[in-house]
Design a protein around this ligand. Sequence first.
Ligand code: UD1
Ligand code: UDP
Length: 384
Amino acid sequence: MKKIKVMSVFGTRPEAIKMAPLVQTLAQRPEFESICCLTGQHREMLDSVMQIFRLTAQYDLNIMQKQQTLSSITTRALLGMEQALQEAQPDLVLVHGDTSTTFAGALAAFYQKVPVGHVEAGLRTYDRYSPFPEEMNRTLVSDIAALHFAPTSANVDNLRRESVQGEIFRTGNTVIDAMRTTVRPDYRFATAELNELDFKSRRVIVLTCHRRENYGQPMHDILRAVRDVAERYEDVEIVYPVHLSPAVRACAQEELGGVPHVHLIDPVDVEEMHNLMARCCFVMTDSGGLQEEAPALGKPVLVLRRETERPEAVAAGTVRLAGVAHDDVLREVCTLLDDPAAYHRMAHAVNPYGDGHACERIADAIAWHFGLRAERPADFDPAG
Ligand code: UD1
Ligand code: UDP
């Protein structure tokens, strides 16, 4: 049997975390030859994921620059991908989500007439500038892809409404697969500052904030609200693993540097992060991935954005849109800290995003598409 050669292309931390279990699944199955092409849009934050999941890359374009712009990421990735694709000659390219790597990877594959599978397809806000540039990236990739692996039924509905070409599969999100191996009750943190935290007598809030559309005033406003929380509540500790982006680090340092009970730490590896979330009181974030992970762990999430492309956990009551204005963010945090009933209404585990078997469904769908499997895989059912 000729193996299907699948090239997985990724370059940033969230793509790597969500593609890692899929790459592992493909590598274990006899139908596939699985290879990885890293763009290297991120470096330290990407390498950390590769190590945790013990992945090796056949290609590494190493494109990251300190002050990279959207154009520089896209052009450097596109040019590097051309050579990698011509050499590797894959049968299918897999891209994930909505980063500049995702868009450049899909476009490069299209230029070589290699079909594209889009993992985490169909998320939308329908506001082209928010999240920026992610909404445009994922919309453009939907036009390129032949196979769409949509996590939820709302994502499938978006793609159907847009009449995208190709096959659509409802798979669940691969991040829930990743969490099956990362979250452990007996886990000990490698970061000393996290081991020193008293999770029993202190209320630990996990914070991340890095999105491009929050750069400038919104990020300053959000972080000023965080400072007010730290100053107002005696029993609260706020842990903020600060993204390596210079714009984010400057803002975090300016607003929160030296503030008592605020722990500005370097990005932690994904096992640290998942186990930190599993032990915290609640999460404040503008990240996409955390909105999927924290609900699975039964942790309330305040989203530091005006909209979300992940409405499922909002509907389930575990995620709330807090916005980006100082007073709104402060009010939402105070409600969670002051009102036990409000907290308990949000703190229950829900899994609208996956059941831990997304990667098997995606592998089955690819095998079916290439004629190596008779049946189309059954869709992910959050109720089942
Ligand atoms: C990128 C994605 C965003 C995703 C985010 C996840 C785009 C346009 N943006 O945004 O969708 O949510 O990743 O984190 O694709 N840096 C390092 N080391 C690293 C990583 C980043 O030093 O390991 C610094 C570099 O100075 C780099 C800067 O961070 O220039 C910004 O990285 P970039 O990938 O351009 O933007 P992100 O905000 O990370
Ligand atoms: N994460 C991590 N270390 C950190 C912060 C986040 O491993 O210090 C993980 C987090 O658990 C999630 C992913 O990184 O799996 C989210 O990535 P990010 O917030 O960078 O991107 P987004 O989800 O917004 O695209």
